[in-house]
Each structure stands twice: as C-alpha cells, then as structure tokens.
Design a protein around this ligand. Structure first.
Ligand SMILES: Nc1nc2c(ncn2[C@@H]2O[C@H](COP(=O)(O)OP(=O)(O)OP(=O)(O)O)[C@@H](O)[C@H]2O)c(=O)[nH]1
Ligand SMILES: [Mg+2]
Length: 297
C-alpha cells in the first residue's frame, strides 16, 4: 500500500453499449490483458476491476457489462445486476461511445452512468476508423450535446491514441487518499478467473451465432507450483446436449482448435509453458436459472 498522504486514488466506472471498446480501453490503460476482447457484443459478463498505478495516483477502472434492454434469460438479469453494481459508489463514470452514430443503447448507457451520481466524462472511441479527420469535430460536438459531460476525450483504444489526456482528465477527478489496491496489482480478479476468461474468449471467437452466450468456463485446477509450467484444467459448461457436440466438433477438431489457441494465449500471458486440459459438460438450461447464472455468469 502507498502510505504517502499526497497520493490520490479512486474508482472509475466505464460504461457503454456492447462492443464500443471498454475492455480494449481498460487493457490499454492497465498495459496488460485483464479483460477479454472479441468482435462480438456482450463479451464481458462480470464486473472486473483493472488497476492503473503510477507514483502518486491509482485508478481502479471498472469494466462493467452493459445494461441489456432484453432481459429474457436469468443470465441477462444477472448481467444487469453486475452492471448496476459496477457503477455504485464510483468517483467518476466514463461513458464510452463509438465515433459513429448515437443509438438508444448509448442513451441507456448514459442513464446507467448518471445513476452513479458521479460526474460523467465522455470517451469517443475508435477515432482511428474515421477516414475523414474533418468529420471528427462535428461528431464530437454532436455526442457532447447529450449531457453536461465533465470532459470529452476522442481516443483510439486499439491504437492507444490520446490516452495520456484521458488519464489526466480521470486523475483530476480522483480524491486525495491512499491507494486502494497493491501498487503492483493489475486486477481484483484471481489468475484462475482470468484463465477461464481467456478460454471463453477463444470459444467466443471460434463458435458461431448464439452458442457463445450459452457457454461458461470454470477452472477446476490451476497449478503454478512449477515456475516454468502451469497446469490448467477447465470445464466448459453448455446448456444442451447438441451444444456439447458443437463445442467438441467433428472428430474433436473444434475443441482442439480452441485448446491450442487458448494454450498459446495463456503461455504468452503467463510466460510459462502451459498444460491445458479442457472438458465439456452439459448443465441443462443453466442460463435460464438464476442461481446457476450467478455462479457462472
Ligand atoms: N478500430 C478500432 N477497433 C476497436 C477499438 N477499440 C476496440 N475495438 C474493437 O471493437 C471490438 C469490441 O471491443 P471490446 O473491447 O470487446 O468492447 P466492449 O465494449 O468491451 O464490448 P462488451 O464486452 O461486449 O460490452 C473488438 O473487435 C475490438 O478490437 C478502437 O479504438 N479502434
Ligand atoms: Mg468488454
């Protein structure tokens, strides 16, 4: 803990409709991969805190799942609860939007940010996708008009453009006080959770359509006693029998592909060799059941 009385520390909730790049932004700010990223919406299901520290400022960045206007399944409702919990009591909310059009999901996200009762800053992400740089200014003006934002920062999370000025803006809103997390902490989540998420990321990337949303990953065994080799055994939970055969794939090809890709990503991230064992299990209808969604969601 930093006991220096001149330090600042606080919590920032990143809020935004699915796919705008919240997790990409947190990873860029933390300078490590702590939140998974895919081109598919609703990738993030849990409330994850990324911790950014420098000499005298520490910012806990909350990657909260977006609010779902569709609350058909218990899993969706659990994700909404996680979203609400994500903004409670923060020092600053940051609404992340795409540099493209403003949608009703952006409006819902703004409501979520305002519900925090904290000042709301605006981040306009994916600025790199704007071919005509002259278009950026009118976009900034139009997006800024939706609320009396504490600041407006056009950035590219992917290219790490303009992050310094965003960090300055966030820092100004952090209260004086001691650090809330260890100086070298990157996240509030344990390694086995991050490992499960990395495996889920590969499943989301390789599997098509709705199936990724019916899948949960649970790391059963995580053994890092040997500093050169990590043993990870995980269960992939699906909701129906036929999903199990899709995840395994013809002749086991899909599971092999997911396993290889996850193993390489984990080895790269942990900087050790990784022994990865994956098993697929059916838990009929789990996304429709509140209790099981709370555990897995
Ligand atoms: N071109 C470009 N793409 C980006 C940028 N930031 C994120 N992306 C891409 O946008 C997609 C979604 O990014 P995520 O970080 O998963 O978005 P998210 O807001 O966390 O999404 P959910 O977890 O589903 O709510 C991925 O394909 C990212 O690579 C950016 O600055 N520029
Ligand atoms: Mg995300």
């Amino acid at each position: 803990m930093n006991s220096d009385t001149s330090s600042r520390a606080g919590m920032v909730a990143l809020v935004g409709r699915p796919n705008v790049g919240k997790s990409t932004l947190i990873n860029a700010l933390v300078e490590d991969k702590i939140s998974i990223v895919t081109p598919k919406p609703q990738t993030t299901r849990h409330r994850i805190v990324g911790v950014m520290s420098n000499d005298n400022v520490q910012i806990g960045l909350i990657d909260a799942p977006g609010v779902h206007l569709n609350t058909k399944t218990a899993l969706n409702r659990v994700m909404n609860d996680n979203a609400a919990a994500g903004v409670a009591g923060v020092d600053l909310a940051v609404l992340v939007v795409d540099r493209g059009r403003w949608t009703e999901d952006d409006a819902a996200a703004l409501q979520q940010a305002r519900a925090s009762k904290a000042p709301v800053g605006l981040v306009i992400n994916k600025a790199d996708l704007e071919r005509d740089k002259n278009q950026l200014l009118p976009t900034i003006q139009a997006q800024s008009a939706h609320h009396d934002f504490a600041f407006v920062a056009p950035i590219s999370a992917k290219r790490k453009d303009n992050l310094d000025s965003l960090i300055d803006e966030m820092t100004r809103h952090m209260p004086d006080g001691p650090f809330l997390y260890d100086e070298d902490a990157l996240t509030d989540r344990p390694m086995r959770f991050l490992a499960a998420e990395m495996i889920r990321e590969k499943l989301m990337l390789f599997l098509r359509q709705e199936l990724p949303y019916q899948i949960a990953v649970e790391v059963e065994d995580y053994d890092a006693d040997d500093p050169t080799r990590t043993y990870i055994q995980a269960l992939i939970w699906v909701a129906r029998d036929n999903q199990k055969s899709i995840v395994i794939g013809r002749g086991g090809k899909m599971l092999e592909q997911v396993g290889r890709s996850a193993r390489l990503a984990l080895a790269d991230w942990l900087q050790t060799r990784v022994d990865l064992r994956l098993f697929v299990r059916v838990d009929a209808g789990w996304p429709d059941d509140e209790a099981r969604s709370r555990v897995r969601g």
